[in-house]
Design a protein around this ligand. Sequence first.
Ligand SMILES: *Cc1c(COP(=O)(O)O)cnc(C)c1O
Length: 378
Amino acid sequence: MKFGTKAVHAGVHPDPTTGAVMTPIYQTSTYAQSSPGKHKGYEYSRTHNPTRDALQKAIAELEGGKYGLCFSSGMASIDTLMKVLKPGDEVIASDDLYGGTYRLFTKVYENFGLKFHFVNMHKTESVAKLINSNTRLIWVETPTNPMMNIVDIQAMGKLAKSHNILFAVDNTFATPYLQQPLALGADIVMHSVTKYLGGHSDVVMGALVVSDDQLAEKLYFLQNSCGATPGPQDSFLVLRGLKTLHLRMKAHCENGRVIAEYLANHKKIDKVYWPGFSSHPNHDVAARQMKDFGGMISFTIHGTTQDAFTVMERFKVFTIAESLGGVESLCNHPTTMTHASVPAEKRKILGIEDHLIRLSVGVEDISDLLADLEQALN
Ligand SMILES: *Cc1c(COP(=O)(O)O)cnc(C)c1O
């Protein structure tokens, strides 16, 4: 089946008791047993809930994986995955990670004896150099946030496999519509479902997808043991959101392309970061592993941080807000918002300048988005 058909149908089957076409919101914590231990596969909703089960199946199917697990946030999904590791284990991660992931790794898991190496992953050799007998996990974001760097998933997958290291990709920015890391050699796909998968800025949720039976078993054990599971109402909202993922992503990409090109040709704009430009340092890799280039764009203006703030305050359609991936256009100032937890010296090295603005281009009418940019910049 093609992706659009899967997006509409994955995980959802008419409810066996009533024929309800949409999976109902099973708002229950527990399930009646006919005799102690005799039940219909459901005992307690931390462990299993039919609405969450449908969503987990749907996300797994869209990523081309065997097993899906949902969590109460993207961070909870990463947190659960990290518990597969033990003190002394080492992780190699992209150096311009989502700020919250960087914070979890350095401020929480370093205290539990894990060691992290952060490296620019533009070239796979830089990662190879850091591998030793304690390396257990390679953690990749691509495109990265907010600099839109691209990592070659297939090359990284080969490297990880040759050293028997787990390889995880945070696929939040691309979504399975644009890129499917498991097919390119990843062991684990992670999502902040909060963003494009949910798609409507109304739910906070995370997900992991894997195909390996043993890894899945470990993760289900941790999901139930640690307990950061999402409720049925949120699961329902995401199931509903997924049905239009392909339509939304197509619109995000179309609008994103027009805006990236508009910004690149605007005299008040200095740099524009978007993997669709042939001048992007890893454009070839992006073109190979992604179907299109997405609706996330970062840029700097010629001017000061205050000028950047002024532009943002003038927006009427773009809303100043954290997060991304919803149908509405948002703008973000990484230094003070999403990446405030990354130390200033580190931000400088990564190119996260104080006048950098990140756009999450929504699915509004493109003429209104362009007019908004035009009036804010002039
Ligand atoms: C938002 C985000 C996360 C964290 O997810 P939450 O749902 O906010 O906990 C992780 N990675 C990326 C790339 C994100 O954008």
